[in-house]
Ligand binder design. Structure first.
Ligand SMILES: [Zn+2]
Length: 399
């Protein structure tokens, strides 16, 4: 059941999202009586969450004191992908003060990956970005028990099952930590500062190494009972399709996604079906050694050059994603679909195909005004959402 957030939580979120606000305006916006507001402000100043910062311009009558988040507040955000680590440290308004992005293999296990995360955050501290962190948010590429703060049976993350990620981060940094699925944090990020700004009901589809969907309904992410809501990569789209990492066959992500596209690109290069991909493989020295690999990026370049096979690979993928999305649109009736993840770089060929299938296959009422658009935040969607979750975790504790 919907319950309005507590006044202190609304107050802190307002300052986070809008910057300094006068006491008078805070009272109006939060619909709090003057004594009640003053008590909240006093309490949050004492807790070093906010500061009073000079006088606002007069609204007629007495001038009102400006209130803002404490300038010392620092949040850390971590977005772990199958093949990447993104880390940001932000101030209270979630503006990045330091950002690191590097390649990593999630299969190297939680110790190695979290050690690297700690090293990157230590670098930010050495560089004077923070003295202490107030909260940490982290996204991982698999199902998560949000309540327990642990990954749960993640298919592509050997060694991470029920690994105490939240507990270890809380111990390491002495502050609240939040663990969520990578697609959920991207959806939250896109709503905070991207194309879905202030949109309450939308789907965020991540097409990266795998495929997943963040379900943002009624103003919040829907995670499901076990944290695997939106795991659309494992919906079966072909009964006799290729084997999938999850153990089933014919899953969406066994047919399309970074891993599947790399596989199909390599096959098309070796058979000579695609001149562009064959040339690319040759340039990498792969035809002789057999060890080189192609990626989605090679397919994107080939398609831009007009290679028929590359265009077909992207269209086939878009059609498969689109048919799953058409089903989801009929089911959830969202007001927007946002496409993100590494394969969003396939751009307009992919987007056009997804749109055409979604519009053709869904009910006219549900698609009458349904934008299907690319993520605005791109590779920053995840870290942005992780800082939103981290700040909420701190603010909730301030009661
Ligand atoms: Zn599967």
């Amino acid at each position: 059941m919907y319950q309005p957030a507590a006044p202190h939580l609304r107050l802190l979120r307002l300052l986070r999202d809008q910057g300094p606000v006068s006491r008078a305006e805070l009272g109006d916006r939060l619909e709090l009586s003057r004594p009640r507001l003053l008590a909240e402000v006093e309490r949050l100043v004492a807790a070093e969450m906010i500061v009073e910062a000079g006088m606002a311009a007069s609204r007629g009558g007495r001038r009102s004191t400006l209130v803002e988040l404490h300038p010392r507040l620092r949040f850390a955000a971590v977005d772990l992908g199958a093949t990447s680590i993104n880390v940001e440290v932000t101030n209270g308004r979630l503006e990045p003060l330091a950002a690191y992005q590097e390649a990593a293999d999630i299969r190297s296990g939680p110790r190695a990956i979290l050690l690297r995360v700690n090293e990157l955050l230590a670098k930010a501290r050495t560089d004077g970005v923070y003295d202490r962190l107030d909260a940490v948010g982290i996204g991982v590429p698999g199902p998560v028990s949000f309540r327990d703060g642990v990954p749960v049976s993640p298919p592509i993350m050997p060694g991470w099952d029920r690994y105490p990620v939240r507990e270890l981060l809380t111990q390491e940094y002495g502050c609240p930590a939040v663990v969520d699925n990578d697609v959920n944090i991207m959806a939250i990020g896109e709503r905070h500062g991207g194309v879905a700004h202030s949109v309450d009901d939308f789907l965020f589809v991540k097409i990266g190494t795998g495929v997943g969907c963040g379900i943002h309904l009624n103003g919040g992410v829907f995670r499901g009972v076990d944290g695997c809501a939106g795991d659309i990569g494992h919906i079966q789209v072909e009964s006799h399709g290729p084997a999938c990492s999850c153990g089933n066959t014919g899953c969406l992500e066994a047919l399309f996604g970074g891993a599947a596209l790399a596989r199909d690109a390599l096959a098309a290069a070796r058979s000579g079906e695609s001149p562009a991909l064959a040339a690319r493989l040759e340039a990498l020295g792969g035809a002789a050694s057999g060890g080189a690999t192609l990626t989605a990026r090679d397919v994107a370049i080939g398609a831009a050059e007009g290679d028929i096979t590359c265009i077909r690979l992207i269209r086939d993928g878009g059609r498969r994603v689109g048919s799953v999305l058409a089903t989801l649109v009929s089911f959830a009736n969202p007001s927007m679909i946002v496409i993100g993840g590494g394969l969003a770089q396939l751009g307009h060929v992919l987007l056009a195909e997804i749109r055409s299938v979604v519009y053709r296959r869904s009910l006219p009422l549900a698609t009458g005004n349904l934008p299907v658009v690319l993520s605005e935040l791109g590779s920053r969607a995840g870290v942005t959402g992780a800082t939103v979750l981290a700040s909420d975790a701190l603010f909730e504790q301030a009661s």
